[in-house]
Design a protein around this ligand. Sequence first.
Ligand code: TRP
Length: 461
Amino acid sequence: MQGGGDRDSFSSKFGVLAALAGSAIGLGNIWRFPYVVGQNGGGAFLLIYVIFIAAIGIPVMMSEFMIGRSAQLNPVGAFKKIAPGTKWHLAGMLGVVSVFIIFAFYTVVAGWTLEYVIQSVKWILFPDKFGFASMDNVALTQFFSNHYESFTSGTWRPIIWFLVMMFLTGYIVISGVKNGIEKFAKILMPIFLVLLLILVLRSVSLEGGREGLVFLFKPDFNTIKEAPFRIILEALGQAFFSLSIGMGTLITYGSYIKRKENLAGTAVSVVVADTSVAIIAGLAIFPAVFAFGIDPGEGPELVYKTLPVIFQNMAGGLIWAFMFFLLLCFAAITSTISMLEVIVAYFSEQLNMSRKRATMLSMISVGVLGIICTASDEVFGLFNASPDLMLPLGGFFIVVFIGWFFSGEKSRQELSSDGAFKIRYHRLFMFLVKFVAPLAIAFLFALGVYSKVISIFPSLG
Ligand code: TRP
């Protein structure tokens, strides 16, 4: 990866899984998933989401790995190498462009977690100043809701936390794959999971929490009636977002996976881990949402209002908030690293820049976009809505490429690591990438794009 010579790669099987799970698991699971499920009516949305994960998400993820590992290059270079003289590299470019947008708003939200880390120190040290002792859950919900509003509508703090997160990401990416990404992910992801599970225990045992479980798990298709195509496209977009697929992140990470690893097994493990964490996050949030009388359709602020109130209901109180938001911040960084890595790999391999220079340049451009996001709710909303359109589009090209342009023989070779692994599912896989995934994506995209755009720009309706 340092240009020429031996390309950097993940050093162990566990390291690969940790880095990939680190990329997939993040704010998408803890912040975006619960509020999107909440806005779109719960169980029915979850069911559609899980079907997309299995039937479309896994094949797209495997396809990205195959492209990356066989070419050993960034998304643009990979398409150029495998399909020279064609326009396919534009699909890689689309990915790189999406990264700028998604990386920018994502890092802004990552900055919010830092705000909550710092605030919880104050809340823990001076509880009397805030009068927590005399607050019931309703008053607490109001308190945290006010805090969210005043923080996000302020000017400087969101910018500062955003910049801190961006520089941390840049610093780690400059240190490279093995030293930066892998070590980091290996230690922190497991701790985060334990904390999340403790949170679930508290949340489901809250009085009135049961209703939240019904909301999450009992499909009621009336809830998606009002805008079915937009909602179904949002389920697809959220599936792609949560799995980190559709913009070349996993082409890039795939290029760091060694030939001795089994790509299909790796993809399935990552997908199972990511989806479990999203559902666990739902289990932590929804019982509390219903127990405290919060509106599940609240929007992006949902978890930032709900979680602190759950913590206040636990022995130890906001000490949990401190730990949780700190780890969420780490989980977000393992995801931002994977986004920045796409741009850095592209700049350094295609435009011959040094890793350091490539990182600096990406940070300046993403920095500008992110600051605009903190300043304008409209821009933030637009960027935050973009994954639902950009990622399925990118995913479409990726599966069509593997299904129709990468020969069946080459695909078998890549998936079996040159015959080292038996693959019995090859025909199923080819069927999914040739027909099911492209047709489903194209169909859902065509039907959903109009109502999605109207939801972003209501004035066009
Ligand atoms: N999947 C990550 C999350 O859930 C976010 C992310 C990282 C991502 N890399 C990506 C999303 C690439 C889309 C594409 O938090």
